[in-house]
Design a protein around this ligand. Structure first.
Ligand SMILES: Cc1cc2nc3c(=O)[nH]c(=O)nc-3n(C[C@H](O)[C@H](O)[C@H](O)COP(=O)(O)OP(=O)(O)OC[C@H]3O[C@@H](n4cnc5c(N)ncnc54)[C@H](O)[C@@H]3O)c2cc1C
Length: 385
């Protein structure tokens, strides 16, 4: 019943991703991290190879991969640098909401236009006073006849400076709570949108994160995705896919840290022998490998569930919290094994440890994912077998 083998086409896809990441991302990863360089040229090359809109159906200009394939490619790309790889894959959350809620006409218009040349999107949910509790957002979409006038501020928006399309969440009626929230597809050149503070971050430094300000931005029904009041539900459904994606991102980070640490343990000699011969080091490596393997199995399971239209909010939350905690532990242990040489700036594992931290924070902190999973377990929505 369970088959982990890949078809020749899937192997070729994965090879393309690995080869691209090794050739284009690996040589610049440390430099782009140091300088916070936005990887635009790398993204353009990824777009030409079909590595940018991997999960979008061919009908809308994407590569048309299944979720399982998309997450395998995500791990392969994130293995070399999660910041650069996530800029390449950044549109998946925004387009995820559109793929779930948009009409055929809207998909062709907004997603089709984005994929036809190198363009990207961003997902605008978080606000200064609405982080984990996104439902209390203050950004309003005031109804005036057949128009919506949007005012407010979104913060920590990945790709906020560069996105051509914004997937924006705003409320038409605060008294309705989450049922007043709407989702809008907003082209970047719509008047009234400006960039606020651009963040300087601990990790993921090649990935741009900024505030976006909305000042009397005029939208119409053509921008509204999924009907009035459907926005919060669409955001949560898109986040199920996003959390599976972060599971694959975390797996890529962990695998790289494990490989670097194992290489070092084989070659670093102390007390007359390679340090990998000491049980204190080899047991660490064994635990690191177990966590990485389990993380991979979790994104494959959630990917399979998404491919088969099986509800997976609980499993996606569990996978995300497990794999991101695993990535944090594996990268910290990789620094421990490499000790002084792993702790210094410019060491790959030093960067991986800083990068891993974000996976525990975004797309729902791990406390929030435990809450989501806890509710699912109590409500018995964990249903695979
Ligand atoms: C680099 C980066 C990129 C991001 N990109 C995006 C993006 O593209 N789009 C977007 O919309 N958002 C984005 N975010 C925002 C991100 O999703 C939020 O930071 C996250 O949801 C947490 O919100 P907060 O930072 O306001 O923390 P808070 O919600 O203030 O939480 C603070 C602490 O309290 C804990 N906490 C809160 N409520 C509970 C509870 N009920 N039970 C237990 N613990 C709780 C949290 O887990 C956390 O530890 C990004 C964030 C970062 C750092």
């Amino acid at each position: 019943m369970i088959d982990f083998s890949l078809s020749s086409q899937q192997k070729a896809l994965l090879e393309t991703a690995r080869d691209f990441a090794a050739r284009e991302i690996r040589p610049v990863a440390v430099e782009y991290d140091r300088d916070g360089t936005y990887p635009e040229e790398i993204c353009k090359k990824a777009h030409q190879l079909g590595l940018m809109y991997t999960n979008i159906p061919k009908a809308y200009g994407g590569t048309g991969m299944s979720f399982v394939e998309h997450y395998l490619v995500t791990e392969a790309m994130n293995y070399e640098c999660c910041a650069i790889a996530q800029v390449i894959g950044i549109s998946h959350l925004a387009t995820g909401a559109l793929m779930i809620g948009a009409t055929e006409e809207q998909k062709k218009k907004f997603i089709g236009k984005m994929t036809e040349s190198y363009r990207s999107a961003c997902f605008c949910l978080t606000e200064p006073e609405a982080g984990s509790d996104a439902g209390v957002m203050k950004t309003t979409a005031e109804k005036k006849g057949d128009r919506y006038i949007v005012n407010g501020l979104k913060c920590y928006i990945t790709n906020g400076v560069y996105a051509d399309l914004l997937c924006l969440f705003a409320t038409i009626d605060k008294s309705k709570g989450t049922k007043g929230i709407c989702c809008f597809a907003v082209p970047r050149d719509t008047p009234g949108i400006s960039v606020g503070r651009i963040e300087d971050k601990m990790g993921h430094r090649a990935m741009n994160v900024a505030e976006l300000i909305f000042d009397n931005v005029e939208l119409t029904k053509e921008n509204l995705i999924g009907g009035e009041g459907q926005g919060f539900k669409l955001a949560m459904m898109a986040l199920d896919r996003g959390r599976a994606n972060i599971t694959a991102v975390s797996t890529g980070i962990a695998q790289k840290a494990l490989d670097e640490a194992a290489k070092y343990a084989n070659t670093r000699v102390q007390f007359g022998q390679p340090i990998g011969n000491f049980q204190g080091v080899s047991f660490l490596l064994a635990d690191m490998n177990a966590l990485t393997m389990a993380s991979r199995a979790m994104y494959l399971q959630v990917g399979w569930m998404l491919d088969n239209n099986i509800r997976c909010s609980t499993e996606a939350a569990l996978a995300k919290l497990f794999a991101s905690d695993a990535a944090m532990k594996v990268t910290t242990d990789a620094v421990q094994i490499m000790a002084g040489s792993g702790y210094m700036k410019g060491a790959v594992v030093e960067k991986l440890m800083r990068d891993a931290k974000l996976t525990q924070i975004f797309e729902g902190t791990n406390q929030i994912n435990r809450m989501v999973a806890g509710r699912g377990i109590l409500g018995k929505t964990c249903t695979l077998f």
